[in-house]
Design a protein around this ligand. Structure first.
Ligand code: MLT
Length: 407
């Protein structure tokens, strides 16, 4: 008899964004004349930049020529891309990261979900609340939690993010081995300072813990004082793995390219306390389970780092930041308390009612989709997240509809 992994039975029936999508589709079917404006899932809407498109075409052309065709590439990514990433994203900011510490992949969602395979089944895991659901669900699937009781899994150490702490949780009150952090934060849009991040790095060093730092939204940071990478903090090379993505940085949600940085100094321990290189372990996993991102996509990604590509990517992100500023301003003017929307594409709004009630009201009365904060954890109850990923015209129209519904 084929048996299931019963840990799956502990999960909520569907993934948050699949659930939302189902509700939106039902609404659209019942109201075919209504134009739904989607400010829910953080999915980009603007086309790829010119620099990216021409490199992408060139990559396809090369695949069409007998002399330039390529089969399997290196699983970790082509050197031309890894070298650019190391130089432009890290070394240029004083972060000591080399090309062979970069693992190119097809998504930060997959990487943040897969990385937990490297760790023991009984480690203690600190999870911020609210949080990107992938970090929790993948550990549930792997059997590292008990059942869900009142919205929280037994066995996880939850780190509350609240208005009072600015959605930067305090250090855990009990020992933990693995810590998930995401800044600029999804879902709250909060950002972390170097001094605040240093406390986490120091904690990890003192406790032989590891930080999984999700920096998928670093391109939205415009404040020069804020860190874009955890490796800007002294000592982080030994205790942190960082996840990056071109999804939001350069409009790659449909094109797929991300990367994970695993420094060679990053160690974890076996039951006897012997050190093991996480770089070697991730390399082993990556080469066993992944066959690399396609050559044209890596060519396209490399173009993001060219002078024109950089300017065009900045312009794309600027559009979304402008939308975020509009959303924040409008919602504040309507009397709502907002976090984020500055150095971040997400605005986190105290809806002053149940999250799903607010979601249903916006959908039914304004045909605007947001994300209910409760979907990100118990501390998200009462909040909604509005994403800036849409055209300026749609954001303006959505805000006009919200004004008439919420006034
Ligand atoms: C979100 O809306 O939270 C993101 O789109 C999720 C993701 O990037 O997978």
């Amino acid at each position: 008899m084929i048996r299931i992994n019963e840990n799956y039975l502990k999960l909520k029936a569907s993934y948050l964004f699949a659930d939302i999508s189902r509700r939106v589709n039902a609404f659209q079917q019942a109201n075919p004349d209504k134009k739904v404006i989607r400010l829910g899932i953080g999915d980009v809407t603007e086309p790829l930049s010119q620099a990216v498109v021409s490199a992408f075409h060139q990559g396809v052309e090369e695949m069409a020529g007998a002399g330039t065709f390529r089969g399997y590439g290196p699983e970790q990514g082509y050197d031309f891309l890894r070298e650019l990433i190391a130089k432009e994203d890290f070394q240029s900011r004083g972060a000591d990261i080399s090309a062979d510490e970069i693992f190119v992949s097809d998504g930060a969602k997959c990487d943040t979900g897969n990385i937990q395979e490297l760790f023991a089944g009984d480690i203690r895991i600190a999870i911020p609340d609210p949080v990107y659901p992938v970090y929790v669900d993948t550990n549930v699937m792997a059997g590292r939690t008990g059942v869900n009781v009142d919205g929280r899994y037994e066995g996880l150490v939850y780190l509350d993010g609240t208005r009072d702490n600015g959605f930067i949780p305090e250090l855990p009150g009990e020992p933990v081995d693995l810590i998930y952090l995401c800044y600029p934060n999804n879902p709250t849009g909060a950002t972390i300072t170097k001094a605040q991040l240093k406390k986490w790095v120091d904690y990890a060093r003192e406790n032989k813990a590891l930080i999984l730092f999700d920096a998928a939204y670093e391109a939205f940071i415009r404040d020069p004082e804020l860190p874009k990478s955890i490796y800007e903090i002294e000592g982080a090379r030994e205790v942190a793995i960082e996840f990056r993505s071109l999804s939001k940085t350069a409009g790659f949600t449909g094109t797929r390219l991300a990367f994970t940085v695993v420094p060679k100094a990053c160690m974890a321990y076996d039951a006897q306390g012997n050190e093991h290189s996480l770089h070697a372990m991730w390399n082993r996993r990556h080469t066993t389970k992944f066959n690399g991102v396609s050559y044209p996509v890596q060519k396209a990604a490399a173009a993001v780092y060219s002078p024109e590509g950089k300017a065009q990517a900045t312009a794309l992100v600027d559009n979304y930041l402008n939308n975020a500023a509009i959303i924040r301003k409008e919602m504040t003017a309507l009397g709502f308390d907002c976090v984020g929307g500055e150095n971040s594409p997400y605005v986190w709004i105290d809806g002053k009612m149940g999250s799903w009630d607010f979601f249903d009201m916006l959908l039914s009365k304004a045909a605007v989709v947001c994300t209910p904060g409760a979907g990100f954890g118990t501390c998200g109850e009462g909040y909604i997240r509005i994403s800036a990923f849409n055209s300026l015209a749609n954001v303006q129209e959505a805000m006009e509809r919200l004004r008439s519904v919420l006034k």
